[in-house]
Design a protein around this ligand. Structure first.
Ligand code: SF4
Length: 394
């Protein structure tokens, strides 16, 4: 079975040691994806990593999960012996990738530890600004600067959730419905066929396999997605929609920052007028917060104006679960406000990076925040002397 048949048996044994993800219908896939391994091998050949080990000048720790059957103690010590001042640390009870035999959570567990170790050794580790600003990044920073830092600067991976995967499934199904059928062919039956195709794709993704759902959980996920797609038809008639863009990736540079957004759907309303459409699979906000929930689609409207030279006549949020549509017509003042807010938030991110000052902002969102185990608001960790100085007002 290629490509396994082409793999050296010893190397394949190492990959198998990384464990498996369960897939629907009882099959499995290697947690240690062969395509990733091929990239590592390619980098090793290109940069001669093994030959360069003796030139490393910074202090290093070779961390080895004591239950790893991928990196032996002997091999870890042999690597350390080639380095100046390196040591081997055996991490009791851990696999090659951490507490689970996968690589999903290991960066979040270990990076803060090594980063802190680097700081205590006086190694300069400046924070880098993210390369782009999107509506979701902007909202994340405003909600909690520390969660923003963990997600978009440290890039600690976040485990996926059932809600996220369901959202991906519904969005992809609707994209397929619009891209594969026109006019009267955009029926409920066609939408369910699209869901089936989308499920084939999503069920192979790391986002889904990381959930480790059993058959009942997977069935419930797909059934719920089917309900949401059915409810979509209560909100609009897709046979009369003239879409001119699906999953449209728009970028523009403003005030030195690249603003980016991926628009679910851009419609031609006739007469050269456009509408930005965004699907939501979560709950609709209470009426007193409905205006602020439109911030993301206003951002998309601003991108349309910058990139396409045309301000959309309408921005529309479609809450499939509650069967609610929120729509507005963006004004000149509204567009100016979006630009000013984006630039102000970017300036705040820039300042926070320069001062390494990203503070926790506890709220109801903490309940679902993957960074709780790292967050001082939950661990009770006191800031270091440097952090305390940086956070002192004035
Ligand atoms: S747990 Fe709460 S305060 Fe801490 S990083 Fe997450 S959202 Fe922010």
């Amino acid at each position: 079975m290629p490509p396994l048949a082409n793999r050296d048996p010893d190397v394949l044994a190492g990959s198998i040691g990384g464990g498996f993800f369960d897939l629907p219908a009882g099959s499995v896939k290697l947690a240690c994806a062969l395509e990733n391994e091929a990239r590592f091998d390619e980098a090793e050949v290109q940069f001669g990593g093994s030959e360069q080990l003796g030139t490393m000048a910074c202090p290093l720790t070779i961390a080895r999960g004591a239950r790893s059957n991928v990196l032996s103690t002997r091999r870890a010590r042999a690597i350390a012996a080639q380095l100046v001042g390196a040591s081997v640390e055996e991490l009791a009870g851990l696999h090659h990738f951490g507490p689970e035999p996968t690589r999903r959570r290991s960066p979040a567990l270990f990076l803060p530890r090594w980063t802190q170790a680097g700081r205590s050794l006086g190694i300069a580790m400046p924070l880098s600004l993210p390369s782009t600003l999107s509506p979701s990044k902007l909202a994340r920073f405003v909600q909690c600067p520390l969660a923003f830092r963990y997600a978009h600067i440290d890039r600690f991976p976040e485990p996926s959730s059932v809600q996220q995967v369901r959202g991906t499934l519904v969005h992809r199904s609707l994209e397929l419905l619009f891209s594969s059928a026109q006019g009267a062919d955009r029926t409920r039956e066609r939408a369910l066929q699209s869901l089936s195709t989308a499920w084939d794709e999503v069920s192979e993704s790391d986002e889904y396999t990381g959930l480790a759902l059993d058959d009942v959980g997977s069935r419930r996920l797909v059934d719920d997605a089917a309900v949401l797609i059915g409810q979509y038809f209560a909100l609009e008639d897709p046979t009369s929609v003239h879409d001119v863009g699906l999953e449209l990736d728009l970028r523009t540079t403003l005030g030195g920052v690249e603003l980016r957004g991926i628009i679910d759907r851009l419609d031609d309303l006739g007469g050269g007028e456009l509408a930005v459409v965004d699907y939501k699979t979560g709950r609709a906000p209470p009426p007193d917060r409905s205006r602020s929930s439109l911030a993301g689609v206003y951002f998309y409207a601003m991108l349309c104006e910058e990139v396409l030279g045309k301000r959309p006549q309408e921005v529309r949020l479609m809450y499939l679960r509650d069967e609610i549509v929120l729509a507005e017509s963006p004004t000149e003042q509204g567009m100016r406000g979006v630009r000013q807010r984006a630039l102000a938030v970017w300036a705040a991110i820039d300042r926070a990076c320069a001062a390494e000052d990203f503070r926790p902002s506890p709220s109801a969102l903490c309940k679902t925040c993957a960074f709780q185990p790292l967050c001082p608001a939950f661990t009770g960790a006191k800031p270091t002397a440097d952090e305390a100085t940086a956070q002192r007002p004035g």
